[in-house]
Write a protein that binds this ligand. Sequence first.
Ligand SMILES: [Cu+2]
Length: 252
Amino acid sequence: MKLATTVLGALSLFGYVHAHAVVYGIWVNGQDQGDGQGKYIRSPPSNDPVKDLSSPAIACNVNGNPVSEFAKAAAGDEIMVEWYHNSRGDDIIASSHKGPIQAFIAPYTDGNGASATWTKIASQGYDSSRDKWAVDDLIANGGKLPFNLPSNLAPGKYLLRHEIIGLHEADATYDVNPIRGAQFYPSCIQLEVTGGGSESPGQNFGFNQGYSYSDPGIHFNLYQCPNEGPEGGFSYGCFGEYTAPGPEVWGA
Ligand SMILES: [Cu+2]
């Protein structure tokens, strides 16, 4: 009995060590806004990825219900969403989970965020001049990468959706092979925006409709350059053409 318990404990520990990621909170103009989990973040119960593009969880993860608080920022402010792996300040996410990091915004809703109300405000993919994916930079920067809210964003309540996409199994697609496929880590933050902006984001993008398994930003081979032969193998420096999924970044 004792042995069985120990083995089960070891197995569940092993499972938990799987190298996913989750959001702790946000920083505004370099200021830590504190632990937002379950407060101003619609935090999922685990750091597991979402892979099913037909699930509403692709928008705000598996627990996209409203929470009671709002983080506050002004139009144009610098935002950093702080990610971690199992505990704050750890190794953030496995270095194998290379891929883009994007930010979207939508008018606040009590719903789960699955409607087509989103606008892309930031996107970082692959930088061929440095051989670095956004995830590489996220790890190097302790889980935080800066982007700015649009400077003319109208004040009001919003959902801010930050997303890591792990491409390490994206040479397969989830609809064909559900144990593999691109790994999406979406996290929705309730944000109250102040300032004198006047533009309302209007791309009306929806993830269930707009993300597809045939998108070359989602079905992507991280291990073989497009112009190399079938034996191409693992090699960086050839992903300059990578385009993250979704619309262009909105400028306001
Ligand atoms: Cu993972």
